[in-house]
Ligand binder design. Structure first.
Ligand code: HPA
Ligand code: ZN
Length: 326
Protein backbone atom coordinates (compact mmCIF):
# COMPACT_ATOMS: atom_id res chain seq x y z
CA UNK A 1 0.00 0.00 0.00
CA UNK A 2 0.91 3.69 -0.14
CA UNK A 3 1.30 3.80 3.61
CA UNK A 4 3.73 0.87 3.56
CA UNK A 5 5.78 2.58 0.86
CA UNK A 6 5.76 5.70 3.02
CA UNK A 7 7.03 3.68 6.01
CA UNK A 8 9.76 2.06 3.88
CA UNK A 9 10.94 5.50 2.80
CA UNK A 10 11.19 7.05 6.26
CA UNK A 11 14.79 7.35 7.45
CA UNK A 12 14.93 5.92 10.94
CA UNK A 13 17.13 4.98 13.84
CA UNK A 14 16.67 1.75 15.77
CA UNK A 15 17.22 2.12 19.52
CA UNK A 16 15.98 -1.17 20.96
CA UNK A 17 17.56 -4.19 19.34
CA UNK A 18 19.23 -7.12 21.09
CA UNK A 19 21.83 -8.36 18.67
CA UNK A 20 21.45 -11.93 20.00
CA UNK A 21 17.74 -11.58 19.18
CA UNK A 22 18.58 -10.99 15.52
CA UNK A 23 19.96 -14.53 15.17
CA UNK A 24 17.80 -16.00 12.40
CA UNK A 25 17.25 -19.78 12.46
CA UNK A 26 19.21 -20.16 9.18
CA UNK A 27 22.30 -18.55 10.71
CA UNK A 28 21.77 -20.53 13.93
CA UNK A 29 21.99 -23.74 11.89
CA UNK A 30 25.00 -22.53 9.92
CA UNK A 31 26.89 -21.59 13.09
CA UNK A 32 25.91 -24.83 14.84
CA UNK A 33 27.45 -26.69 11.90
CA UNK A 34 30.54 -24.47 11.68
CA UNK A 35 31.23 -24.76 15.41
CA UNK A 36 30.08 -28.37 15.88
CA UNK A 37 27.57 -27.30 18.51
CA UNK A 38 24.44 -29.41 19.04
CA UNK A 39 21.08 -27.61 18.94
CA UNK A 40 17.80 -29.14 20.07
CA UNK A 41 16.07 -28.71 16.69
CA UNK A 42 15.96 -30.81 13.49
CA UNK A 43 15.18 -28.03 11.05
CA UNK A 44 14.74 -24.32 10.54
CA UNK A 45 10.98 -24.93 10.46
CA UNK A 46 11.15 -26.68 13.84
CA UNK A 47 12.98 -23.68 15.29
CA UNK A 48 10.36 -21.26 14.00
CA UNK A 49 7.58 -23.50 15.30
CA UNK A 50 9.11 -23.31 18.79
CA UNK A 51 8.75 -19.53 18.81
CA UNK A 52 5.35 -19.50 20.44
CA UNK A 53 5.60 -17.66 23.75
CA UNK A 54 3.13 -16.88 26.49
CA UNK A 55 5.39 -14.56 28.48
CA UNK A 56 8.86 -13.02 28.67
CA UNK A 57 10.47 -16.00 30.46
CA UNK A 58 9.27 -18.49 27.79
CA UNK A 59 11.10 -16.40 25.23
CA UNK A 60 14.23 -15.84 27.31
CA UNK A 61 14.74 -19.58 27.85
CA UNK A 62 14.84 -20.24 24.11
CA UNK A 63 16.77 -17.01 23.31
CA UNK A 64 19.61 -17.90 25.71
CA UNK A 65 19.70 -21.46 24.30
CA UNK A 66 19.96 -20.09 20.75
CA UNK A 67 22.96 -17.96 21.73
CA UNK A 68 24.98 -21.14 22.45
CA UNK A 69 26.00 -21.36 18.79
CA UNK A 70 27.90 -18.05 19.05
CA UNK A 71 31.53 -18.78 19.87
CA UNK A 72 34.07 -16.97 17.71
CA UNK A 73 34.87 -13.39 16.76
CA UNK A 74 33.69 -14.24 13.25
CA UNK A 75 30.33 -15.49 14.58
CA UNK A 76 29.66 -12.18 16.29
CA UNK A 77 30.77 -10.22 13.22
CA UNK A 78 28.49 -12.31 10.98
CA UNK A 79 25.58 -11.92 13.40
CA UNK A 80 25.97 -8.14 13.54
CA UNK A 81 26.46 -7.66 9.81
CA UNK A 82 23.41 -9.80 9.01
CA UNK A 83 21.34 -7.51 11.25
CA UNK A 84 22.69 -4.36 9.60
CA UNK A 85 21.88 -5.67 6.12
CA UNK A 86 18.24 -6.14 7.13
CA UNK A 87 18.19 -2.82 8.96
CA UNK A 88 19.64 -0.99 5.95
CA UNK A 89 16.92 -2.53 3.75
CA UNK A 90 14.39 -0.91 6.15
CA UNK A 91 16.12 2.49 5.75
CA UNK A 92 17.59 2.35 9.25
CA UNK A 93 20.46 4.87 9.12
CA UNK A 94 21.65 4.50 12.71
CA UNK A 95 21.24 1.74 15.32
CA UNK A 96 22.11 1.52 19.01
CA UNK A 97 22.28 -2.18 19.70
CA UNK A 98 22.26 -4.11 22.98
CA UNK A 99 24.39 -7.13 23.65
CA UNK A 100 24.33 -9.38 26.73
CA UNK A 101 28.00 -10.06 27.58
CA UNK A 102 27.13 -12.34 30.50
CA UNK A 103 25.28 -14.75 28.20
CA UNK A 104 28.64 -15.37 26.52
CA UNK A 105 31.26 -14.92 29.24
CA UNK A 106 29.33 -17.35 31.47
CA UNK A 107 29.81 -19.99 28.69
CA UNK A 108 33.54 -19.31 28.51
CA UNK A 109 33.53 -16.99 25.49
CA UNK A 110 35.95 -14.15 26.29
CA UNK A 111 34.48 -10.64 26.61
CA UNK A 112 36.98 -9.35 24.01
CA UNK A 113 35.92 -11.94 21.42
CA UNK A 114 32.31 -10.80 21.69
CA UNK A 115 33.09 -7.08 21.56
CA UNK A 116 35.70 -7.27 18.81
CA UNK A 117 33.39 -9.37 16.65
CA UNK A 118 30.44 -7.03 17.10
CA UNK A 119 32.61 -3.96 16.46
CA UNK A 120 33.94 -5.57 13.26
CA UNK A 121 30.35 -6.06 12.06
CA UNK A 122 29.49 -2.47 13.00
CA UNK A 123 32.56 -1.12 11.17
CA UNK A 124 31.57 -3.11 8.09
CA UNK A 125 28.03 -1.74 8.30
CA UNK A 126 29.39 1.81 8.30
CA UNK A 127 31.78 1.15 5.41
CA UNK A 128 29.54 -0.98 3.18
CA UNK A 129 26.01 0.17 4.06
CA UNK A 130 26.52 3.66 5.44
CA UNK A 131 24.72 2.68 8.66
CA UNK A 132 26.23 4.15 11.84
CA UNK A 133 25.83 2.45 15.20
CA UNK A 134 26.59 2.36 18.89
CA UNK A 135 26.97 -0.58 21.25
CA UNK A 136 25.12 -0.85 24.59
CA UNK A 137 26.34 -3.30 27.22
CA UNK A 138 23.29 -4.79 28.87
CA UNK A 139 23.35 -6.37 32.33
CA UNK A 140 21.26 -9.48 32.98
CA UNK A 141 18.93 -8.52 35.81
CA UNK A 142 18.31 -12.12 36.95
CA UNK A 143 22.00 -12.20 37.97
CA UNK A 144 23.45 -10.30 40.93
CA UNK A 145 24.69 -6.72 41.08
CA UNK A 146 28.14 -8.09 41.95
CA UNK A 147 28.13 -10.00 38.67
CA UNK A 148 27.11 -6.81 36.87
CA UNK A 149 30.06 -5.03 38.51
CA UNK A 150 32.41 -7.82 37.36
CA UNK A 151 31.08 -7.36 33.82
CA UNK A 152 31.62 -3.61 33.99
CA UNK A 153 35.22 -4.28 35.04
CA UNK A 154 35.70 -6.54 32.00
CA UNK A 155 34.39 -3.69 29.86
CA UNK A 156 36.93 -1.15 31.09
CA UNK A 157 39.61 -1.87 28.43
CA UNK A 158 36.92 -1.60 25.73
CA UNK A 159 35.15 1.45 27.14
CA UNK A 160 35.59 3.57 24.02
CA UNK A 161 33.49 1.01 22.12
CA UNK A 162 30.37 1.56 24.24
CA UNK A 163 27.77 4.31 24.23
CA UNK A 164 25.85 3.07 27.23
CA UNK A 165 24.64 0.33 29.52
CA UNK A 166 21.25 -1.37 29.65
CA UNK A 167 19.28 -3.71 31.89
CA UNK A 168 17.36 -6.65 30.47
CA UNK A 169 16.18 -10.25 31.07
CA UNK A 170 13.53 -11.38 33.61
CA UNK A 171 11.96 -8.21 35.00
CA UNK A 172 9.53 -9.24 37.74
CA UNK A 173 11.41 -9.90 40.98
CA UNK A 174 14.47 -7.97 39.76
CA UNK A 175 13.64 -4.28 40.24
CA UNK A 176 15.94 -1.48 39.09
CA UNK A 177 16.88 -0.76 42.74
CA UNK A 178 18.97 -3.96 42.66
CA UNK A 179 21.36 -2.23 40.20
CA UNK A 180 21.51 1.28 41.62
CA UNK A 181 25.24 1.17 42.47
CA UNK A 182 26.43 -0.35 39.20
CA UNK A 183 24.41 2.16 37.19
CA UNK A 184 25.99 5.01 39.17
CA UNK A 185 29.42 3.52 38.42
CA UNK A 186 28.60 3.25 34.70
CA UNK A 187 27.44 6.85 34.63
CA UNK A 188 30.67 7.93 36.33
CA UNK A 189 32.52 6.15 33.50
CA UNK A 190 30.76 8.43 31.01
CA UNK A 191 28.20 5.91 29.77
CA UNK A 192 24.56 6.66 28.96
CA UNK A 193 21.95 4.67 30.86
CA UNK A 194 18.99 2.64 29.58
CA UNK A 195 16.82 0.10 31.33
CA UNK A 196 13.95 -2.16 30.35
CA UNK A 197 11.10 -1.09 32.62
CA UNK A 198 7.37 -1.67 32.68
CA UNK A 199 7.40 -4.49 30.12
CA UNK A 200 6.00 -7.02 32.61
CA UNK A 201 7.01 -5.14 35.76
CA UNK A 202 4.71 -2.67 37.54
CA UNK A 203 4.79 1.14 37.38
CA UNK A 204 6.85 1.13 40.63
CA UNK A 205 9.74 -0.36 38.64
CA UNK A 206 9.50 2.48 36.13
CA UNK A 207 9.64 5.04 38.95
CA UNK A 208 12.76 3.27 40.26
CA UNK A 209 14.41 3.35 36.82
CA UNK A 210 13.87 7.13 36.77
CA UNK A 211 14.55 8.01 40.41
CA UNK A 212 17.23 5.47 41.37
CA UNK A 213 18.98 4.58 38.10
CA UNK A 214 18.60 8.04 36.52
CA UNK A 215 18.10 6.53 33.07
CA UNK A 216 18.57 8.56 29.91
CA UNK A 217 16.19 6.37 27.88
CA UNK A 218 13.48 3.85 28.76
CA UNK A 219 13.04 0.50 27.04
CA UNK A 220 9.39 -0.57 26.62
CA UNK A 221 7.73 1.44 29.40
CA UNK A 222 4.26 0.08 28.53
CA UNK A 223 2.96 -0.29 32.08
CA UNK A 224 3.72 3.38 32.80
CA UNK A 225 0.31 4.03 31.24
CA UNK A 226 -1.33 2.60 34.40
CA UNK A 227 -0.08 5.57 36.46
CA UNK A 228 -1.11 9.08 35.36
CA UNK A 229 1.48 10.77 37.63
CA UNK A 230 4.17 8.62 36.05
CA UNK A 231 3.03 9.56 32.55
CA UNK A 232 3.21 13.25 33.55
CA UNK A 233 6.76 12.69 34.82
CA UNK A 234 7.84 10.95 31.58
CA UNK A 235 6.36 13.76 29.49
CA UNK A 236 7.89 16.50 31.68
CA UNK A 237 11.34 14.90 31.43
CA UNK A 238 11.08 14.46 27.68
CA UNK A 239 11.99 10.81 28.21
CA UNK A 240 12.23 8.70 25.05
CA UNK A 241 10.51 5.29 25.15
CA UNK A 242 11.74 2.51 22.88
CA UNK A 243 8.51 0.65 22.21
CA UNK A 244 8.41 -2.75 20.47
CA UNK A 245 4.92 -3.63 19.19
CA UNK A 246 5.56 -7.10 17.70
CA UNK A 247 7.55 -8.09 20.79
CA UNK A 248 4.70 -6.92 23.01
CA UNK A 249 2.26 -9.02 21.03
CA UNK A 250 4.44 -12.18 20.88
CA UNK A 251 5.19 -12.00 24.62
CA UNK A 252 1.55 -11.31 25.50
CA UNK A 253 2.31 -7.90 27.00
CA UNK A 254 -0.64 -6.89 24.81
CA UNK A 255 -3.28 -9.47 23.84
CA UNK A 256 -4.18 -7.80 20.58
CA UNK A 257 -2.12 -5.33 18.56
CA UNK A 258 -5.33 -3.27 18.20
CA UNK A 259 -5.08 -2.53 21.93
CA UNK A 260 -1.46 -1.41 21.78
CA UNK A 261 -0.79 1.70 23.94
CA UNK A 262 1.21 3.65 21.31
CA UNK A 263 -1.72 5.88 20.21
CA UNK A 264 -2.45 6.82 23.83
CA UNK A 265 1.27 7.38 24.50
CA UNK A 266 1.40 9.79 21.55
CA UNK A 267 -1.80 11.55 22.65
CA UNK A 268 -0.27 12.12 26.08
CA UNK A 269 2.88 13.60 24.53
CA UNK A 270 5.36 10.80 25.22
CA UNK A 271 8.36 10.63 22.89
CA UNK A 272 7.67 7.21 21.38
CA UNK A 273 10.00 5.31 19.05
CA UNK A 274 9.24 1.98 17.31
CA UNK A 275 11.75 -0.85 17.41
CA UNK A 276 12.07 -4.58 16.74
CA UNK A 277 13.59 -5.85 20.05
CA UNK A 278 14.40 -9.45 18.95
CA UNK A 279 13.33 -9.52 15.30
CA UNK A 280 14.36 -13.12 14.57
CA UNK A 281 12.04 -14.29 17.35
CA UNK A 282 9.13 -11.85 17.08
CA UNK A 283 8.33 -11.93 13.38
CA UNK A 284 9.82 -8.83 11.86
CA UNK A 285 12.33 -6.04 11.63
CA UNK A 286 11.61 -2.39 12.29
CA UNK A 287 9.49 -1.62 9.23
CA UNK A 288 7.31 -4.64 9.98
CA UNK A 289 6.70 -3.13 13.42
CA UNK A 290 5.65 0.18 11.84
CA UNK A 291 3.46 -1.58 9.26
CA UNK A 292 1.64 -3.98 11.57
CA UNK A 293 1.07 -1.34 14.24
CA UNK A 294 -0.18 1.18 11.68
CA UNK A 295 -2.56 -1.42 10.23
CA UNK A 296 -3.84 -2.43 13.67
CA UNK A 297 -4.36 0.97 15.30
CA UNK A 298 -4.57 3.31 12.30
CA UNK A 299 -1.53 5.60 12.52
CA UNK A 300 -1.31 8.74 10.38
CA UNK A 301 1.69 9.77 8.28
CA UNK A 302 2.26 12.58 10.77
CA UNK A 303 2.43 10.11 13.66
CA UNK A 304 4.75 7.79 11.74
CA UNK A 305 7.01 10.69 10.81
CA UNK A 306 7.07 11.92 14.40
CA UNK A 307 8.17 8.50 15.70
CA UNK A 308 10.90 8.24 13.06
CA UNK A 309 12.16 11.72 14.03
CA UNK A 310 11.94 10.76 17.71
CA UNK A 311 14.26 7.85 16.96
CA UNK A 312 17.07 10.22 15.95
CA UNK A 313 16.22 12.79 18.64
CA UNK A 314 16.24 10.08 21.33
CA UNK A 315 19.48 8.52 20.13
CA UNK A 316 22.84 9.01 21.82
CA UNK A 317 24.23 10.81 18.77
CA UNK A 318 25.64 14.23 19.63
CA UNK A 319 23.56 17.31 18.86
CA UNK A 320 25.45 18.16 15.66
CA UNK A 321 24.96 14.65 14.28
CA UNK A 322 21.26 14.72 15.22
CA UNK A 323 20.77 18.11 13.55
CA UNK A 324 22.15 16.65 10.32
CA UNK A 325 19.80 13.71 10.36
CA UNK A 326 16.44 14.96 11.61
N1 HPA B 1 12.90 -7.98 27.67
C1 HPA B 1 13.81 -8.37 28.57
N2 HPA B 1 14.95 -8.96 28.24
C2 HPA B 1 15.21 -9.15 26.95
C3 HPA B 1 14.32 -8.76 25.97
C4 HPA B 1 13.11 -8.13 26.35
O1 HPA B 1 12.24 -7.73 25.54
N3 HPA B 1 14.87 -9.11 24.79
C5 HPA B 1 16.08 -9.68 25.06
N4 HPA B 1 16.28 -9.70 26.36
ZN1 ZN C 1 14.40 -5.63 24.80
Amino acid sequence: TDLNAFIDGLPKAELHLHIEGSLEPELMFALAERNKVAIPFDSVEAVRAAYDFSNLQDFLDIYYAGANVLLTRQDFEDLAFAYFQRAAADNVRHAEIFFDPQTHTDRGVPFGVVVEGLIAGMDRAKAELGVTSGLILSFLRHLSEDEAFATLEMARPYLHHFVGVGLDSSEVGHPPSKFQRVFAAAQAMGLKLCAHAGEEGPPEYVWEALDLLHIDRMDHGNRSMEDPALVRRIVAEGMTLTVCPLSNHKLCVVDDLKDHPVPEMLRQGIRVTLNSDDPAYFGGYVNENYRQLAAAVGLTREQLTLMARNSFAGSFLDDAAKAERI
